[in-house]
Design a protein around this ligand. Structure first.
Ligand code: ZN
Ligand code: ZN
Length: 176
């Protein structure tokens, strides 16, 4: 769904959209939706600004990602308010020689190009921001054994993964 600037010039747009798993692409991650994502709210062009747009509403659903250590699926419920400000990307170009000033006190500012703001892209970005950089099923997750490939949360293998072993074998190689 595209919120077109042309249309926003005429009126505020209300939205209530539900996206089934697979409808939104989350590039570069193992992330997938485990439930439909529902986005609702309103978009408006702010008066007395050079094309600044505010998107306000909420996002609900659930995502799943793989544990970085053991690859088990980890669930992330999503239930978050959205309050975003967008400026035309042409602002960025005009300011290229100077730092773009973004007030720390101000809400997040994003930029839109072309005809307007794509809801699917907005959702993908917001979801990625909500998730932790490192996904673990549990802080105590022992991960997968690099020797036998077993899930060390489920089986206690007897493999030795001490880096010192390598040094010993290197010494032995030298001695022989
Ligand atoms: Zn894990
Ligand atoms: Zn092992």
């Amino acid at each position: 769904m595209l919120f077109s600037i042309k249309e926003l010039e005429l009126r505020k747009i209300r939205f209530d959209e539900t996206f089934q798993p697979g409808e939104i692409v989350f590039p570069g991650t193992t992330l997938k939706q485990s439930q439909p994502l529902r986005a609702e709210g309103a978009v408006e062009l702010l008066p007395h600004t050079a094309g600044e747009v505010r998107v306000k509403g909420s996002l609900k659903g659930a995502m799943a990602a793989e544990c970085d250590r053991c690859l088990a699926e980890v669930q992330f419920p999503i239930d978050t308010p959205i309050d975003l400000f967008y400026r035309p990307a042409s602002d960025l170009e005009a300011d290229e020689t100077e730092e773009v000033e973004i007030d720390d006190g101000e809400a997040e500012i994003a930029f839109y190009e072309g005809k307007g703001i794509e809801l699917e892209q907005l959702i993908a970005e917001q979801v990625l921001l909500l998730l932790p950089m490192q996904v673990v099923c549990d802080e105590a997750c022992k991960g997968i054994c690099s020797v036998c490939g077993g899930n060390r949360n489920q089986i206690e293998c007897k493999c030795q993964i001490a880096p010192a072993d390598d040094r010993w074998s290197a010494l032995k190689d030298l001695a022989s």
